[in-house]
Design a protein around this ligand. Structure first.
Ligand SMILES: [Zn+2]
Ligand SMILES: [Zn+2]
Length: 246
């Protein structure tokens, strides 16, 4: 089964992505579940679970934490009690990893080879201990950065994950994780990662996808003939004023 393991919604407060649009898009692409990983907060994504139930798609939840050496995905924490530091930027990486592991969660470096301000894991990802996997495929990354992450995971002998890192509907599902055992809850998810029964990929259904339609889409005003409408557009056809191919 396929899970997009790195998703943001408007509850990350750095975008306007409506959860229902994310979930409908994931379903349309053929993704079986999504994991919402809002910035700095597990609790922020709580409303998305109900949207998933309403829409009939499994919604799991984690959190993305900005550390002093890059972004870290944490799965398996069940409230924001992990954040003993308060909502500060650039928390100490080693301490965050140790703390999440103590709580029974798992840690996966997000987009490890992308520059994120002052933080980057480029030099010494290989030396970091306590990781459960590596995000080898991130939908916001360049292909080259994903290739580096994949090679690092191989060298570290860790399983890989893929996630879109979506902040808008069109980005949903560019990358995803294929699980080779069923995942129905976060406990299954963590067990599967620990058993290495997951791999990150560019999601095959993404490229064949139909264009995005969002719940916030505004009606496009019908063009006039004088405005030179695209003759192939449905509006132009409806007005029967296009001279190009139908
Ligand atoms: Zn990030
Ligand atoms: Zn992210």
């Amino acid at each position: 089964m396929w899970i997009d393991t790195h998703c943001h919604t408007k509850y990350s407060y750095d975008n306007w992505l409506e959860p229902v649009d994310l979930i409908r898009r994931a379903k349309a692409l053929g993704i079986d579940a999504v994991c919402i990983t809002e910035h700095y907060s597990y609790e922020a994504s709580e409303p998305v679970e109900q949207v998933g139930r309403d829409e009939g798609l499994l919604v799991l939840r984690g959190v993305e934490i900005a550390t002093d050496r890059g972004h870290l995905l944490a799965y398996g924490v069940e409230d924001d009690g992990w954040n003993i530091w308060g909502r500060d930027n650039y928390l100490p990486l080693h301490e965050v990893i140790a703390h999440i592991n103590t709580l029974g969660g798992i840690c996966v470096p997000a987009h490890p080879f992308r520059e994120v301000g002052l933080a980057c894991l480029l030099e010494d990802l290989l030396d970091i201990e306590g990781l459960a996997g590596v995000e080898s495929h991130n939908g916001n990354n360049s292909d080259g950065d994903n290739e580096l992450a994949l090679r690092a995971a191989e060298m570290m002998d860790l399983p890989t994950l893929g996630g879109s890192d979506c902040h808008k509907t069109a980005a949903v599902g560019r990358c995803a994780t294929r699980f080779t055992r069923p995942v129905t809850c976060m406990a299954d998810f963590i067990a599967a990662v620990r058993a290495r029964e997951c791999s990150g990929f560019y999601f095959p259904g993404y490229l064949q996808a139909q264009p995005v339609q969002t719940s916030l889409a505004k009606p496009i005003p019908a063009p006039t003939c004088h405005a030179g409408p695209d003759p192939a557009s449905s509006a132009a056809r409806a007005m029967n004023c296009g001279s190009g191919p139908q």
